[in-house]
Write a protein that binds this ligand. Structure first.
Ligand code: GUN
Ligand code: FE
Length: 467
């Protein structure tokens, strides 16, 4: 879908909106008027039935800028994906049976090396950004590849399609873990290319509001020399840019860093200057109490990737423990470590794996040995992670319907043909949200909006014709 780059008009949305302004708390904005401005931000929120709101509604209706949701339709905040490998899109759903370190060498690095070809990069990135928008992902934190031109194309495509995107050119220079055909020539050149990418994004025409942001992206400690990690830490301090990397994902990764650095992954990242308020650590499955305290003290965040963790992590992420220590957490698809592009899928899987952690999984153990009481999260918390939690982790004003926040939203429609989502008049708002999380598919995501621009509209025209 082509999105106009001109300033959008002030617009008003008349809808029942569901959102989670705090962790674990669902708020229903029944029959509400949300006014979004030309700067993409929410200007006003009013109950639709008040007399003053009537005049506003008439004004927007006569200007042709009133969007009215119908029965069975709900307005929800757009979804935040805190961890996506954009180049791994063609790998989604395959090669999920190897351990992480073998999967990287046998499948992932050879695939990522192909992005030296800009034509390939263009077609893959176009298709990915469209698919993520259609799945309701309005903000994505992307790993690119080591290639500056291809990663610039990803930024161009996100800007043209108006997806809020934080993007990193991947830095990886250590010959011990990176093959000769896919690694930075040196720590100096990796730093120089990272600087060039930051400068490119910051001067992109049309990126005035910072819809696209550059991210300092050391792949993970095993891929990077100490020299490169120190340089990127200094760059984070110099620029204030976001940082993303993988941390304590699997037994292998956690141990590799312990052996090389003599301290945990988190502690090493801190020593290199890579743990900041704007750092997102992917996975973090093996963080210990000291790591959790370090992450919380720096205000860094964790991208919980529940589906990917099933395949690569060797354990269930201790989500409740981490949340209770005040760490920012959101959800990541980890395409293609996880086999789904959907953050709604990941929200439902986050609930499931937390239940498995709580109950335990091995019936040969006694109940007390098996259980981790208090580990479960509910669907409302999963939705908070998928929206407001991700937004807070990134320090962005997204994920909640609040004056001054970005108008990033999706229209969920239970009335589309062939819907698994079925609502009942007896459903409470909490049950409606539960049903959306457990059952809504791509077909139910009728429209998607980013910064008051419509970036996706479901084609619901009848598909007639002979079978
Ligand atoms: N660790 C380093 N690189 C990767 C990657 O591409 N995917 C995952 N899941 N973990 C990683
Ligand atoms: Fe990853």
């Amino acid at each position: 879908m082509r999105v106009s780059s001109s300033i959008p008009p002030d617009r008003a949305f008349l809808a029942t909106a569901l959102h989670t302004p705090e962790r674990g708390r669902l708020e229903v904005l029944r029959d509400t008027l949300i006014v979004a401005g030309g700067d993409g931000r929410i200007q006003e929120i009013h109950p639709a039935r008040s007399p003053q709101t009537g005049a506003l509604i008439r004004r927007f209706a006569s200007a042709g800028t009133l969007v009215t949701l119908g029965p069975g339709q709900y307005l929800l905040p757009g979804l935040v994906d805190l961890h996506v490998h954009a180049p791994q899109w063609p790998q989604l759903g395959r090669a999920l049976d190897l351990p992480l370190e073998e999967w990287l060498q046998a499948h992932t690095f050879p695939l990522e090396a192909r992005y030296a070809d800009l034509g390939y990069a263009d077609s893959m990135y176009e298709s990915l950004v469209e698919a993520l928008l259609a799945n309701g992902t309005t903000t994505a934190l992307y790993f690119g590849t080591i290639h500056l031109p291809a990663t610039q194309r990803l930024a161009d495509i996100c800007l043209r399609k108006s997806q809020r995107a934080l993007i990193g050119r991947v830095a990886m220079d250590d010959p011990a873990q990176c093959p000769a055909y896919y690694r930075d020539a040196s720590a100096q050149s990796a730093e120089a290319q990272t600087r060039a990418f930051i400068a490119y994004v910051q001067s992109m025409p049309g990126n005035r509001g910072g819809l696209i942001r550059p991210v300092i992206t050391p792949r993970f400690i095993p891929s990077c020399s100490d020299d490169l990690l120190s340089r990127l830490g200094a760059l984070a301090r110099e620029t204030g840019c976001h940082v993303q990397t993988h941390c304590s994902e699997s037994d292998w990764e956690h141990r590799y860093v312990l052996e090389r650095c003599g301290i945990t992954d988190t502690a090493a990242l801190e020593r290199f200057g890579l743990l900041t308020r704007r750092t997102i650590l992917a996975h973090g499955n093996f963080v210990d109490a000291g790591d959790i305290a370090l992450i919380a003290n720096h205000g860094a965040g964790i991208a919980h990737c529940p589906l990917s963790n099933v395949y690569f992590s060797d354990a269930v992420f201790p989500l409740q423990r981490v949340l209770q220590q005040g760490v920012h957490v959101g959800l990541g698809s980890d395409i293609a470590g996880g086999g789904s592009p959907s953050i709604l899928d990941n929200a439902r899987i986050a609930v499931m794996v937390s239940r498995l952690l709580e109950s335990g999984v091995d019936p040969a153990l006694t109940r007390p040995q098996r259980r981790r009481p208090g580990a479960r999260i509910d669907a409302v918390t999963a939705f908070w992670l998928a929206t407001a939690g991700g937004g807070m982790a990134l320090e962005l004003d997204v994920g909640v319907f609040r004056e001054g926040f970005q108008f990033d939203a999706m229209v969920i429609d239970a009335g589309v043909p062939n819907s698994n989502l079925r609502l009942d008049p007896a459903d409470t708002p909490e049950e409606i949200l539960q049903k959306i999380i457990y059952l809504a598919g791509r077909a139910n995501i009728r429209e998607v909006w980013v910064a008051n621009r419509r970036v996706h509209a479901q084609d619901t025209a009848p598909r007639g014709g002979p079978l």
